[in-house]
Design a protein around this ligand. Structure first.
Ligand code: TRP
Length: 334
């Protein structure tokens, strides 16, 4: 029985926070781990160099991404885990895709357009500070996807357009050569992922500076949770759980009973914010502690991570090499 291929990439560019955990990591893990798919997950390190120019930092982020997924439950025996850069066939396919990608298609990519808009706001020339890596980002991403004949690509909303572009490019190639050389991928977005509020009540995002890192150790975690913005109600006053940032986060970690209990304390009055925050700490810490312990163990044992990635690279290259042979033959470069 041939399972459908499910593939996704993670760009190593920042330390993961709770928004990533609930919005991306957990949903992707439940998809790749359910056994229904031939699942592949890779670390998109070539995509990162568009913005990350410090080699040590990039190395560090790559380890962090691998350790994050492994500690959150990814089983490398069941899910193929590899680095994009371990599969140079990606770059060969990238060149082929370039030839079939309309420049105008790239002009319409959201990330590029947003960068141009920012330049216009500041009265800079349109392409100021924009590198070709950003401009052609969707082509490299298409290569990642098409090289592995991915049927399904789980992504965040901001990446949907890129998967659609991969379809466009694949169709142009299939049309030209008159056969189904490349599998047309479909994106999957998890509609049910909860919105995670940040410390100030806006959506949790690194760029808002309101995020809570996933692997904070106990003390800094406590300190960070204590800084969550609340209103200035006095201890005696009854409080509304439904408009409270502390409670919004509590809900993500607590059981229904725990939620009802804390909500009752809010409404009864006599509970201060310090108390609500320490209850929050308890549930957050209970869920994250085992993951965090595993994470720091892995980060102390990079040889293990190297080994996992090496094994993954071998398998991935095998698949990729066959695909590239096929492509070369089809286009007349063999
Ligand atoms: N662009 C994706 C992101 O920023 C990462 C990525 C790179 C990716 N290549 C991919 C995702 C291929 C899915 C498939 O999140």
């Amino acid at each position: 029985m041939n399972k459908k291929v499910l593939l996704t990439g993670i760009k190593p560019t920042a330390v993961p926070h709770l928004g990533n955990y609930f919005g991306a990591i957990k949903p992707a893990l439940s998809l790749v781990s359910n056994g229904d798919y031939d699942a592949r997950l890779f670390i998109a390190d070539y995509h990162s160099i568009n913005t990350i120019r410090d080699p040590e930092l990039l190395r560090q982020y790559v380890y962090e991404v691998a350790a994050t997924w492994l500690s959150c439950g990814l089983d490398p025996e069941k899910v193929l885990l590899y680095r994009q850069s371990s599969v140079p066939e990606t770059l060969e396919l990238n060149i082929i895709l370039n030839a079939f990608t309309a420049k105008g298609l790239m002009n319409r990519a959201h990330a590029y357009k947003a960068a141009v808009d920012r330049n216009r706001e500041k009265d800079n020339p349109d392409d100021h500070g924009i590198n070709m890596g950003l401009y052609t980002y969707p082509i490299l991403m298409a290569a990642d996807i098409l090289l592995f004949d991915a049927n399904y690509v789980p992504v965040g909303k901001d990446q949907v357009q890129h998967v659609e572009m991969a379809c466009d490019i694949a169709q142009a190639i299939n049309h030209n050569y008159g056969k189904e050389l490349l599998t047309i991928p479909e994106y999957i977005i998890d509609e049910e992922t909860q919105l995670v509020v940040g410390m100030d009540g806006r959506k949790m995002s690194k760029s808002y500076g309101n995020s809570i890192e996933l692997f904070l150790k106990e003390k800094p975690l406590k300190k960070t949770l204590n800084k969550i913005v609340t209103n200035s109600q006095e201890i005696e006053e009854p409080k509304d759980p439904d408009t409270c940032n502390v409670f919004a986060l509590y809900k993500l970690f607590a059981t229904k009973e725990q939620q009802n209990e804390l909500a009752a304390k809010y409404r009864a009055g006599g509970m201060g914010w310090g108390h609500a925050k320490s209850e929050l700490f308890e549930v957050v810490n209970a869920e994250l502690q085992p993951i965090r312990d595993k994470y720091y163990d892995l980060m102390d044992n990079k040889d293990y991570i190297d080994e996992v990635l090496k094994k993954g690279a071998e398998k991935a290259r095998n698949i990729a090499a066959q695909k590239i042979l096929l492509m070369r033959k089809a286009i007349g470069i063999d």
